[in-house]
Design a protein around this ligand. Structure first.
Ligand code: AKB
Length: 357
């Protein structure tokens, strides 16, 4: 049920800039942690920032918001109640069950990932109608929407474009792909036949993220988790058994780059965007290359391999890397961290400070 905590007064609004409320679902999750801080840094005091999560937000996260709600995104009535209280002009929909967790409970994944997204897209569409202007909808999609049938084809495919290999093998990948299409529907077709109201629609913008590595948080329920787990375990002096083979290769990026990419896509002028959904890429190491990099900084780390059939199969179905030339061309996307800089300049210094090692 909803549990609102107003911690700050409503912002001042001016006609010149968008001062509508920013709604962030999944605000208690890994990306929510970094994104709330970035949004607060930029907008606090000027726009309402509304945090939403299935669990009540911790105090430090709630401090970045002007209101927070403990609310299940698949509960349409609860979402409607929140919509009525705020003049929402942007939705950042992060809430989702990730790939490994989704395979353990596919029906729950479908409910949260698809019905939850449907509820928030409808909220955005209703809010756009009320405001008489488009509502931005930022949606983190994933490399899990891709499905490469064999390892030989994965190697042959190399860097996949947004339109290749779209046959996901996980419920999570299927769900994210479905929401990309639902976003396209709301952006391009929803009720447009009835009236000339093209400017009052959902301005859907999505990025297909690779595995994300943060120095501040450790993910749960994903299949790219072996990357961050190796590093965080080594820093804490814990032995780690990697659940994929040494040669498993998928793309990764740092959390600061991931958050910056979403913010840059949100800021890009609509007319520059030739697509609704973009790949972004930064580096694409194999598991053993990650292990070697971790050992460069933590030479006594104990790492071994104990691949599980289920998770290996998922990683094998994801591409080795993604072609992000559309993002680079349309909104000047460029990662700040390549593989070496990610570890040397961001991950290792912050993790050493965090664990005192
Ligand atoms: C997962 O492993 O499920 C996610 C993803 C790649 O989208 N991190």
């Amino acid at each position: 049920m909803t549990n609102a905590t107003m911690t700050e007064p409503k912002s001042n609004r001016t006609a010149a800039t968008d001062t509508g409320a920013i709604l962030v679902s999944g605000a208690g999750g890994e990306m929510g942690h970094a994104l709330l801080a970035a949004l607060a840094h930029r907008f606090k005091g000027q726009r309402e920032i509304i945090g939403m999560d299935v669990r009540e937000l911790s105090q430090d996260r709630a401090a970045h918001t002007s209101a927070s709600y403990a609310c299940d995104v698949s509960d349409a009535a609860a979402i409607d109640a929140i919509a009525l209280k705020h003049d929402v002009s942007e939705v950042w929909h992060l809430a989702a069950l990730l790939s490994t967790r989704g395979e353990k409970n596919p029906e729950l994944a479908l409910k949260v990932n698809v019905m939850g997204s449907a509820n928030l897209l409808k909220l955005a569409a209703d809010s756009a109608t009320r405001r008489g202007s488009a509502v931005k909808f930022l949606f983190p999609s994933t490399i899990a929407v891709y499905g490469v049938p064999t390892l030989a084809l994965k190697r042959a495919a190399g860097r996949v474009t947004e339109d290749q290999c779209l046959e996901p093998i996980t419920m999570y990948g299927v769900n994210k792909r479905a929401v990309e299409e639902m976003g396209r529907y709301y952006a391009r077709h929803y009720r447009l036949l009835a009236a000339d109201r093209a400017e009052c629609t959902v301005d859907f913008r999505s990025i297909r993220f690779p595995g994300i590595i943060s120095a501040d948080t450790v993910p749960t329920g994903g299949t790219s988790d072996y990357g961050p787990e190796m590093l965080h375990s080594a820093a804490q002096g814990k032995a780690y058994a990697c659940f994929v083979r040494p040669d498993a290769r998928i793309p990764f990026m740092t959390m600061p780059d991931a958050v910056r990419s979403l913010m840059e896509l949100a800021d890009a002028p609509r007319e520059k965007l030739s697509r609704l959904v973009y790949n972004v890429s930064a580096f694409a190491p194999s598991a053993e290359e990650i292990a070697a990099k971790v050992r460069e900084f933590f030479p006594t780390a104990t790492m071994s391999y104990a691949p599980t059939i289920e998770r290996q199969r998922i990683v094998d179905s994801w591409p080795e890397d993604c072609d992000d030339s559309a993002a680079r061309r349309d909104w000047n996307w460029k990662p700040q961290h390549d593989f070496n800089r990610a570890f040397a300049e961001y991950l290792v210094p912050k993790i050493r400070a965090r664990y005192g090692c």
